[in-house]
Design a protein around this ligand. Structure first.
Ligand SMILES: Cc1cc2nc3c(=O)[nH]c(=O)nc-3n(C[C@H](O)[C@H](O)[C@H](O)COP(=O)(O)OP(=O)(O)OC[C@H]3O[C@@H](n4cnc5c(N)ncnc54)[C@H](O)[C@@H]3O)c2cc1C
Length: 471
């Protein structure tokens, strides 16, 4: 029998982005909520993901600026990285946000339970022998770094992103296995910190989920920065070796017979859902290759049980977790929320330069609407004053559909590469999600000189009234 004091409107298992966003919205909607977390409130994003990596990337930007001061006429000198100082800055940012988040949980009167929970029945979670019963249960147990068969992450020479964020030194050399977002962000940081970096990626391009144009621009920029990469080449093995420096390191082999020696191997081949041994299947929740299966309202196959965030097979992004958590809280409250259009979720790789996009790639647009109905425009940032001032290069690429029966000639994809592109994607997201046509955007006046102007001018060009471009 459940203790009457442990009965809630919503029981949430996992206090990461998905779980806590659901808790906050549900509490705002008047529900009594329990949030159960075995580690630290805030989960991967706050402690091992978004926030600490972006702090490292900012430190990396400062290092680059210190090196390049003379090119702006400013006398600066780069004399090295003090990793203890970098970590203290990073941990300070995380610590401040962690404190704030704990304050929000208290302010919203959410019951926080520290401990590891299991789904003991469709409407019950058991933590340390205590049963929490809910009218609804939300599974939000997130994800952890994955590896490849036979590749043992030892935390010493072969590390995951979790270890990489706790390094107390700058490695002399690193092989990064995986050229996705996480791999490219660490490669970018370590290069700026002075390491020799090689990325190995099995697919033909870096950031392979992006529009190919974005991938190629990033590859060009990384090549210029001296970040090496092996594309379309599979990992085949790793062994411990003595490096030329006398230090112990790793020798990574690839399917085409090449080898790469380095002090460290970062395994960044993706993240797997946390769903094993948590009672999910026994409670009637269908799990497919570790991911909990859900419908467009994040409802699982078990009545009253929802799942959100990295645990379900949608984009593994913190803001997707937030959106799914909010959607679930509103669905439970009977507010009839709109399902999420996952194409309309902005995606950013915060490397130097940044890669940002919203909507679909040219390839997907052609598959979906037919090649004859897809028009693209590439706007080179060489013509953008603010980008020139910042000494950043790149492009804004627009993907538009034309003449599709029953559809406006709207922009279905915006793809950007440049330093600070991550900030530009906010406008791209409005353009996509409000079904804007190039003409709609072309009439908006953008401030000069801003990088945002590049978005405006790209739409002006696509609408047939270009400003700072010529053929
Ligand atoms: C290096 C790195 C960089 C990233 N950068 C970005 C970025 O810049 N932008 C972005 O949008 N996303 C980024 N992400 C992804 C983002 O962190 C995740 O998408 C997000 O954290 C997922 O949220 P979640 O709530 O689903 O899972 P998580 O944040 O993993 O939270 C799940 C929580 O559940 C808890 N838990 C698990 N099992 C139990 C149990 N049995 N009982 C109790 N508690 C349990 C865990 O301790 C954890 O705190 C990054 C990820 C990594 C690894």
């Amino acid at each position: 029998m459940a203790d009457a004091g442990n009965v809630f409107d919503v029981v949430i298992l996992g206090g990461g982005s998905g779980g806590y966003a659901c808790a906050f919205r549900a509490a705002d909607l008047g529900m009594n909520v329990v949030l159960i977390e075995k580690g630290e409130l805030g989960g991967t994003c706050l402690h091992r993901g978004c926030i600490p990596t972006k702090a490292l990337l900012h430190a990396a930007e400062v290092a680059d600026l210190a090196r390049e001061g003379a090119s702006f006429g400013v006398q600066t000198q780069f004399t090295g990285i003090d990793m203890a100082g970098v970590n203290s800055y990073k941990d300070g940012v995380v610590g401040g946000l962690y404190k704030g988040l704990q304050g929000v949980v208290k302010a919203r009167k959410i019951t926080f339970v520290a401990g590891e929970g299991v789904l003991s029945a469709p409407n019950q979670v058991t933590v340390n022998g205590e049963v929490y019963t809910g009218r609804n249960v939300v599974l939000a147990t997130g994800s952890v770094p994955k590896s490849l068969p036979g590749l043992n992450i030892d935390g010493q020479r072969i590390i995951s992103s979790d270890h990489a964020l706790r390094l107390d030194r700058v490695p002399a050399s690193v092989v990064v296995l995986g050229g996705g977002v996480i791999g490219c962000e660490f490669a970018s940081v370590w290069k700026s910190f002075g390491a020799d970096v090689t990325i190995i990626e099995a697919l033909p391009h870096l950031v392979p989920l992006e529009d190919e144009n974005n991938s190629k621009l990033l590859e060009r920029a990384f090549r210029r920065r001296g970040i090496k990469f092996e594309l379309g080449n599979r990992f085949s093995g790793v062994e411990t070796v003595a490096l030329a420096s006398g230090e112990t390191g790793v020798r990574v082999s690839t399917a085409n017979g090449k080898t790469f020696d380095a002090e460290l191997l970062l395994v960044a081949v993706g993240r797997g859902p946390v769903s094993a041994n948590l009672g999910y299947e026994q409670a009637g929740v269908v799990v497919d290759r570790g991911y909990v299966k859900v419908n467009e309202y994040c409802q699982t196959s078990a009545p009253g049980v929802y799942a959100v965030g990295d645990l379900i097979p949608t984009l593994q992004l913190a803001h997707v977790g937030f959106a799914e958590g909010i959607l679930v809280a509103e669905h439970i409250a009977g507010l009839d929320p709109r399902p999420i259009d996952y194409d309309g979720v902005p995606r950013v790789t915060y490397s130097h330069p940044e890669v940002a996009s919203c909507g679909v790639t040219e390839t997907v647009a052609k598959e979906r609407y037919g090649a004859d109905h897809v028009k693209t425009l590439n706007y080179n940032l060489a013509g953008n004053g603010k980008s020139k001032i910042l000494k950043t290069q790149g492009e804004v690429k627009l993907v538009q559909i034309v003449g599709v029966p029953g559809e406006d000639d709207r922009v279905v994809g915006v793809h950007i590469v440049a330093d600070r592109a991550g900030e530009l994607v906010a406008e791209a997201q409005l353009i996509y999600n409000w079904d804007a046509t190039p003409g709609d955007v072309a009439q908006f006046v953008h401030a000069h000189p801003t990088q945002g102007e590049a978005l405006g001018e790209a739409h002006m060009a696509l609408a047939g009234k270009p400003l700072h471009v010529h053929d």
